[in-house]
Design a protein around this ligand. Sequence first.
Ligand code: NCD
Ligand code: ZN
Ligand code: ZN
Length: 350
Amino acid sequence: MSSAAVANHLTIPTPDDWHLHLRDGDLLATTVPATAAVFGRAVVMPNLVPPVTTVAQALEYRNRILAQVPAGSSFEPLMTLYLTQATSVETIVAAAAEPAIIGFKLYPSGATTNSAAGVTDIEALDEVFAAMASHGVPLLVHGEVTSAEIDIFDREKVFIDRYLRPLLARHPQLKLVLEHITTADAVEFVEKAGANVAATITPQHLLMNRNDLLVGGVRPHNYCLPILKRRDHQLELRRIAASGHPRFFLGTDSAPHAQSRKETACGCAGCYSAPAALPLYAEFFEQMNALDKLADFASGFGADFYGLPRATSSVTLERHQWMVPATVATAVGPMVPYWAGEPLQWRIKQ
Ligand SMILES: NC(=O)N[C@@H](CC(=O)O)C(=O)O
Ligand SMILES: [Zn+2]
Ligand SMILES: [Zn+2]
């Protein structure tokens, strides 16, 4: 049924970004205000070089982030620690006692940007996962295998079957977020799992499929990992995100790389979506005729899953067409944001 009047304003509780890369150093002056302009909290990924592996490093990184939060903003970074083969049970216990730290991030070594220090033997970390489960510390997972013989488009599904199902069988209480899901297989896995398993979904995986990466020329700014999949998978992600399922929620995976590192013979993986993040999701929910589902996806389900309070402040979107800028100037050179030069139908009301 089409509604009689088309709403031009949409007010939702202040959203949170449950998967974000802010990087470090001078770039924080760009990335922190971009996210703090709209989001109340964000889960900050630890894949710096060197990675954030200790509580002390995470708290220092958090202070560098807080130093860039604009006056008047109450933006709160939720820090993660980078799981390595050397992570100890003591570090899990220390992180569990530190409220500024929300969980540990598992990168299979070699799977993505800055993952060289990641995990090479998941089973060998079983004591660490047991400690996480018993202390209620969430495990956030980049779910892709890295074996050379596995096709890049199959790497998420194979990771789920080869590692995630066994991991949850060994630790059924482990709180686990499968990050930036890209396949129908991941949707089904999370849907069938228990209340302790959830997933984040990025704007690019809702709005695009691999045609948007490869048809008519290679589009480096649509290249991220896990790579965009075929349309059937995109449609499953769209279905579940618009369905109001409480264990699928917003995580932009905004991942800035300098233009020169994207537009090159071996371009970096990652889409810098922060400058347009919430309008991008609004675009998707409107395409699905499900704008009424945006609030829970963006501002409710993630907080519920992590056991944090929902926001009491709000953000208003207004229907007003605008173009995502072609580039954003930063201290490390220009960046091309995701959806650059393309229109969006909703913008943040100032
Ligand atoms: N998603 C990406 O393509 N890149 C991310 C890493 C990650 O989240 O896998 C990055 O840090 O650039
Ligand atoms: Zn990742
Ligand atoms: Zn990421």
